[in-house]
Design a binder for this molecule. Structure first.
Ligand code: EPU
Length: 431
């Protein structure tokens, strides 16, 4: 069993470079299915979710080759099926983008229901509503596979999303890129990776306007040509290191980022008393001389505070004296990690969508587990706050979304290692 072993109590210092955005990569890689020529995608994070979606593309016949650590060559021209129903597909949430991409390209798609991080019900009714509005019939087969098929070419139409959904917005953009006529998505999500996907599709010859606003207009085109495209930096990875710097009262510079994507996180840290200095493609986070103040957080779709930084902020706030309240406004059940923080001495109570944190209590090392990807990041941050040695298990969740997490935290002065436990024996894994 692999674990992270973290001995905390030291402020972070130094520089860290942010990788390409996971949630952009897992949309853009399947989006290549729509292309009529090969593409090269750069600034791809080297994480297990990318490995998985690449393997899934290979399973359906695409030629996917890693050119170097952060670049993929993808040739979709030999894809031989519209069906993706293997266990790999079930293994990740973002495999639902295969629905929009295959439907957009071939007019039909058969995809296993996605897995991924478990924090309560994760419906895809808005995705299916979009496909149906464009003329596809959809059905759930054996409770495990979604089939979508259209007898005639998909038709552009007007779609109003009942909830702001990143996944539905992306899936509808994918299906609409080659549909006949104009698709208008209203109440669309505005996350940076939606803009990135639109930029990618447009660079291939698609006609998408308004990405980044709540009305996106997609005029279908017949042919998409191959491109070389570089993915945006990962907003949430950057936010995680920002939290870690504040939680350890450290001072770090985070490079290869877009400061605008981090505004909601920077604003909250500033409110707490952390000094934030923005540069063109970097940000300095300095909490070294400050007594931090408590704060409240409400997660919202972009440009609001991101739910994917909520657990990391909980870990930070448990180190800050006073009562902080988190209101999780996106997911129904994203507090499964709280019981792990409580094992470390945190005083947190959960009431529905609220988590009430009495910060500044004595914390002690304890064996904890990553209950999902961002929960795992929160465990690392909490462990870095504690004078003692914490073992974190279920780290496969963390490796789904954070490239070189051990190496990056080590470069910032942290004592963190990945070990392989076999009974009583412990063996450090070499990077
Ligand atoms: N929703 C519906 N119906 C739908 C789709 C969504 O009711 O058809 C609801 C969800 O239940 C949720 C809300 O709408 O309450 C927002 O869900 P959304 O569709 O935006 O989430 P997602 O596309 O499944 C992506 C990210 C998540 C991130 C959310 C919210 C990817 C692969 N995943 O999920 O990222 O939390 O948007 O920003 O892009 C993560 O990176 O750790 C992660 C979980």
């Amino acid at each position: 069993m692999e674990k992270f072993v973290v001995t905390g109590g030291k402020p972070l210092h130094g520089e860290v470079s942010i990788s390409g955005a996971k949630n952009a990569a897992v949309a853009i890689i399947p989006a290549v299915i729509l292309c009529d020529e090969p593409c090269q995608i750069e600034n791809i994070p080297n994480i297990s979710d990318v490995t998985l979606i690449s393997k899934i593309l290979q399973q359906i016949g695409a030629n996917v080759r890693r050119i170097n650590k952060s670049s993929l060559y993808i040739d979709p021209t030999h894809i031989k099926t519209y069906s993706a129903t293997t266990d790999l597909v079930r293994g990740m949430r973002a495999s639902y983008y295969l629905l929009g991409a295959l439907l957009g390209k071939y007019g039909k798609a058969k995809v296993a229901l996605p897995g991924g991080c478990n924090f309560g019900a994760r419906p895809i009714d808005q995705h299916l509503k979009g496909f149906e509005a464009m003329g596809a019939a959809t059905q759930l087969v054996d409770g495990a596979i979604i089939e979508a098929a259209s007898q005639t070419p998909l038709q552009g139409t007007h779609i109003y999303l009942d909830v702001v959904s990143v996944g539905a917005t992306i899936n509808i953009m994918l299906a609409a890129s080659k549909a006949e006529g104009l698709t208008i998505i209203e109440n669309a999500a505005k996350e940076p990776h939606i803009v990135d996907l639109a930029n990618f599709l447009n660079s291939m010859g698609a006609d998408i306007r308004g990405a980044g606003t709540d009305v996106i207009k997609v005029r279908g085109v017949g042919y998409l040509h191959g491109v070389t495209y570089s993915i945006i930096p990962d907003q949430i990875e950057a936010g995680t290191y920002m939290c870690a710097a504040a939680a350890t009262r450290g001072c770090i510079t985070i490079k290869n980022i877009t400061p605008k994507h981090l505004e909601s996180i920077s604003a909250k840290l500033r409110e707490m008393g952390v000094k934030i200095t923005e540069y063109d493609e970097a940000i300095k986070v300095d909490a070294s001389c400050e007594t931090l103040k408590r704060c409240n957080i409400k997660t919202m779709p972009h440009p609001g505070f991101p739910t994917d930084c909520q657990p990391q902020f909980a870990a930070l706030l448990m180190s800050v004296p006073g009562t902080s309240i988190i209101n999780e406004n996106v997911w129904d059940n994203r507090y499964q990690y709280v019981s792990e923080l409580i094992r470390m001495g945190a005083h947190i109570s959960v009431e529905g969508r609220l988590a009430i944190i009495e910060g500044g209590t004595a914390l002690t090392a304890a064996p904890v587990k990553a209950t999902d990807l961002r929960a795992g990041a929160a465990m690392i941050i909490a462990a870095l706050e504690i004078n003692g040695t914490t073992e974190i298990s279920s780290i496969q969740y963390i490796e789904r979304g954070y490239e070189d997490v051990v190496e990056k935290f080590r470069a910032l002065g942290s004592d963190i290692k990945k070990v392989y436990f076999t009974g009583d024996n412990e063996e450090e894994l070499r990077a």
